[in-house]
Design a protein around this ligand. Structure first.
Ligand SMILES: [Zn+2]
Length: 196
């Protein structure tokens, strides 16, 4: 993707796009990010990078450190389900426990970074409207289809040079209205991307 003008819109919260080296300025993690903590209330909208604390928690669960710095379980060991409560960080403002930055309920914190990247995505779409655009959808199911799938369908229909690609294992489909502008590939995404 290095030389491409792209943007990633994801409902995944697993921080894998960041880990895989995608430019975070081109990444809109709409539903939150497990790499971030927030106040559980939340009393304020800031988020906090949590890698160091999560590593501490994993060590407390019985993980050891491999030679390359990754955390692994000793052979045959099962991780402890609990961590000592004094490792759980508390909100610097109100003192309540911190929680994951995940849109699970009304308590989701949308911090400044979230708004900035949301705006950046909107501007990206504006800049590319009616240009040759590929909407590449990978592994989007019908759990939260409104965010990625339905918006891609709508823009593919409205933008005359847009093409929609649906990569999906078992649910590769497109509506009749954009049939001629759609490529649906039913298969294992890892294998399909390797073949590309
Ligand atoms: Zn708080």
């Amino acid at each position: 993707m290095k030389d491409k003008d792209y943007f990633v819109l994801t409902t995944n919260v697993d921080h894998r796009f960041q880990k895989a080296g995608f430019d975070k300025h081109r990444l809109f993690y709409t539903q939150g990010d497990y790499g971030l903590f927030q106040c559980s209330r939340p009393c304020h909208q800031n988020t906090y990078a949590n890698e160091a604390v999560i590593r501490e928690m994993m060590k407390a669960q019985g993980y050891g450190i491999d030679t390359d710095g990754t955390l692994i379980l000793p052979e045959g060991a099962a991780p402890k389900m609990m961590v000592p409560s004094d490792i759980v960080p508390h909100c610097p403002k109100c003192g309540e426990p911190m929680s994951m930055n995940l849109r699970a309920d009304h308590a989701f914190a949308e911090d400044e970074g979230w708004y900035l990247v949301s705006e950046r995505y909107a501007k990206f779409l504006c800049r590319h409207q009616n240009m040759k655009v590929l909407f590449l959808e990978a592994a989007v199911g019908f759990n939260t289809p409104t965010i990625v799938k339905y918006s891609f369908w709508r823009m593919t229909r409205e933008w005359k040079d847009a093409v929609y690609v649906c990569l999906n294992y078992g649910e590769a489909c497109a509506p009749d209205e954009i049939e001629k502008k759609s490529i649906c590939i039913n298969g294992d995404i890892g294998e399909v991307l390797d073949q590309l």
